[in-house]
Write a protein that binds this ligand. Sequence first.
Ligand code: ATP
Length: 329
Amino acid sequence: MYNITVIPGDGIGIEVSNATLYVLKSLNIDFKFTEASAGHKCFQDTGTTIPQETIELSRNADATLFGAVTTVPGQKSAIITLRKELDLFANIRPIKSYEDLSSLYDNVDMVIIRENTEGLYSGIEEYNEEGATAVRVITRRACKRISKFALDYSRKNNRKKVTAVHKANVLKKTDGIFKETFYKVAKEYPDIEVEDRYVDAMAMFMITKPQEFDVIVTTNLFGDILSDEGSGLVGGLGLAPSANIGESNALFEPVHGSAPDIAGRNISNPLAMLLSSVMMLDYLGESHEARRLENVIIDLLKESKILTPDLGGSNSTMEIASEIKKKLE
Ligand code: ATP
């Protein structure tokens, strides 16, 4: 039996979590789901966006499923806190196009692996007389760990090439270390082709020739921006899943946020969270059930009959979940 901590959060996080649990309960796997709170509503109820109890429930679970939270300026970000507390250093964001779904490209299949713990998101930012500064922290340890993770991931998932993305011509020291460490680690992976690109050029190539990329590894902010760009290439935020992986914990979440503009109307697309749960099943070693669920989702998209409004359909969140459950059975 797997112990899964579920953090629905706020807004559409709650709707897509409900839909996902409804589907997961129909798989041939024994799960124990424990709900934990975090986010803005949690702050209003308890005075904190992420109670210690939630952190411990995630730490002790086999995996965590995270919906989405509303982060109010000035409040501690629940997801960034969790990533730090559990040292979830690798953020995996697959960018994959689905047949027959109208998107910019129909033959894209890349994975962005983003360093999750440092870079410009170090949280070290201060005002001074002139304005303010933010500190971009890059350590050799984190560069080595994320490079190794990306290369191991490629090997394990039969991927052929890893592209390191940086801006070492301008950020000579910080990205100099990132690039140098990547190539050093890559020497131990002669079976994987490696290359590097400047982030600005990469932003363009992802639009002009996305088929050329396989696995991309990069620092925190660049990874955040490129992965949203990537999701726009292939069907948008409603279809973008992600995983946050550490040495002993893992958390799976849709890339989208709590989307207050559509929350409560039962029209949010649950597929990003369902695809995140496919990544969770793979992480747990349940690849048979992972493929079964993934194939049903691919089928649903191919048929293009039952879809939420963001994909041009008129069905509700729970109608998608019911259809998937029916197909699984
Ligand atoms: P947050 O501030 O919590 O990050 P947000 O609404 O600012 O949330 P996103 O959730 O990233 O940002 O989404 C931007 C917009 O994309 C949403 O306002 C919504 O209209 C649309 N969107 C995002 N996710 C979905 C989804 N699962 N289904 C349908 N539309 C979505």
